[in-house]
Each structure stands twice: as C-alpha cells, then as structure tokens.
Ligand binder design. Structure first.
Ligand code: XMP
Length: 183
C-alpha cells in the first residue's frame, strides 16, 4: 500500500492535533444547542470516530451512506444507499465529510436536510477542502486542511475501496489509477 503513495501530506499526529482544535471550536459553538452529527460514509468513518471523541458535549449521531465517485472522478450524481435516516426535524445538524471537492455531495445533502428533513440549521465540517472550482455553490463551516487538486487516500479516503486503513493522508501515485485506466 505504502509504495502506491507519492507523498505523505499529513501524518496521524498532525491530523489529531488539528482535530483537537476543530473539536474545541465546535464545542464552543454548539455549547447551547441540541445537535445531531450526520457523518457521510464511507470516507468519514475514521475522521468521525476521532473528532467526536474530542467534542465535550452531548450529541446524537447518524451515518448516511452515499456514493458519487468512480475511481478518481466524481460521477456527478449522489446515490443514497439507505432510506431510513434519523429524525432531525427542528434539530441543529452538523454534517461531517472527509473531503469537499466539487461540492455536489455537501450541497445535495444540505438541501435535503433543510428542505425535506426540516433541520433547524445545517453546518458542515470537512477534514480536507480541495482548492478547486466548485460545481455547486457550497463551502464548509469547519475545515481541517486545505489541499491542492491532487487525489488523496488514507485515513478513511479510498481509491476503489482501497487504502482507507492507511494511518496518514497521502497523494496517490498517478500510475496506480493510470494503470487501471489502461487495463
Ligand atoms: P464532491 O465532489 O461531491 O466530493 O465535493 C465529495 C466526495 O468525493 C470523494 N472524493 C475523494 N475521495 N480522494 C478520495 O479518496 C480524493 O481526492 C477525493 N476527492 C473527492 C469523497 O468520497 C468525498 O466524500
């Protein structure tokens, strides 16, 4: 696995220090609110576990399983893999996602929560924010790290369901996905 990574962007210790800061900020901002955290799976499962254990407030958690990526490209549409979701009507919602890229995932889920699920407020927290032009008008309220337009894996992020269990976040070597495109 490690040999497929061109460079490491963030080691686990750096990620965890940044999560301490994010959790502190979230704890301050939500101290007087009843809120539900909705985590977008699969990519945010490690981020969720590490961040939530640092938030010093009572909270509810739900996970929504969605997919949009094929290999290294967004398919342009979001598929919800489950139908039953927690009741968040009249509750504050904090959305967690691994990475903000085109913005389609966050904007689709945000509008579903506001328009269909009647959430009281929706904010979002992403571990990574790619510095690219968005296809949907959305930005995250809390950002772990801002990165350039490279395909990253590890710490929950995958390429074709591989590499999620790397402890760090790294840039995938181009030859890994070019090889698959050619075969
Ligand atoms: P959008 O484009 O909807 O993207 O903002 C959000 C989802 O796309 C996936 N994604 C990536 N996954 N490395 C990954 O492993 C990447 O560099 C990358 N860029 C986008 C991810 O699932 C995210 O939730």
């Amino acid at each position: 696995m490690n040999e497929d990574v061109a460079k490491i962007l963030y080691h686990e210790s750096t990620i965890l220090s940044r999560l301490d800061e994010l959790a502190h900020q979230i704890t301050e901002d939500y101290s007087d609110k009843e809120f539900t955290v909705i985590s977008i799976l699969n990519g945010s499962f490690i981020f969720m576990a590490d961040l939530l254990r640092r938030i010093q407030l009572p909270l509810q958690v739900d996970c929504w399983s969605v997919s949009s990526y094929h290999g290294t490209k967004s398919s342009g549409s979001i598929n919800f893999r489950q139908h039953e979701v927690a009741d968040v009507s009249n509750r504050h919602v904090l959305l967690l996602d691994d990475i903000l890229d085109s913005g389609l995932t966050l904007s689709t889920i945000k509008s579903k929560l506001i328009n269909e699920k009647n959430a009281k407020s929706v904010k979002s927290c992403v571990l990574l924010c790619k510095n690219v032009e968005r296809k949907a008008e959305v930005e995250a309220d809390y950002v772990g790290f801002r990165i350039s337009n490279e395909f990253v894996v590890g710490y929950g992020l995958d390429y074709n369901e591989q590499y999620r269990n790397l402890s760090y976040i790294g840039v995938l070597k181009e030859k890994v996905y070019k090889k698959q495109l050619l075969s």
